[in-house]
Design a protein. Sequence first.
Length: 251
Amino acid sequence: MNDSKLAGQFFDAAIGLLERVRDEESGNIAAAGAAIADTVAAGGRLFAFGAGHSSLAAQDVVYRAGGLALMNLLTVPGTVGVDVMPATLGSALERVDGLASAVLDSSPAEAGDVLVIISLSGRNALPVEMAMNARALGLKVIGITSVAYADGTRSRHISGGFLRDHCDIVLDSKISIGDAELTTEGIEAPFGPASTVVTSAVMQAMTAAAAEQLVARGIEPPMLRSGNVDGGHEWNGRVMTEYRDRIFYRR
């Protein structure tokens, strides 16, 4: 069987984006890692939020083998995945004013914590309000978004602002508007979205930077091991017991 030309093109596009983010966002990724390390060292808590497909990268760092045990998922009901019926409801909820405030007010997040907000477009009301309200509460906000959307589309938030406008640190995923890397004759719509690949890589790079910072300060990073290796469950049990007051996915 011949290799797929389009499959190869997608890999090339994704690799190109990863290399570009690595080279152009290295300083911001290091800054995000330092902010997370600061919070861990100070006894604070870590949260990640994303709506729709942006939630995939947030979920990927929560209760994750090789990840920080302290990362918690901040959820808005109906927006976390496509399991809500109809699936289009999640997209609609992203444009509803007031949801972010209600979620933050009922969450354990508080001043001094870190909240990572993932939104590809950064233009909908939910991520913008989440960032605005989190900063008002005293959280440090790290935003992962495509700055291209802020330059080439209009905000759907009443302020006219985008996610990037309300973050302490912004990581640009470099994804082009429309999130589709491929086109070909016979297929009218562009396809091959790469945002999940790139954003997940950014999250893992940021985690690695945070771990590096903690080690430099003489603090062992509270990392989880795989439960599918010998001793993994015992290791994780010890970590979760030590940090139980900062882990909310077990409650």
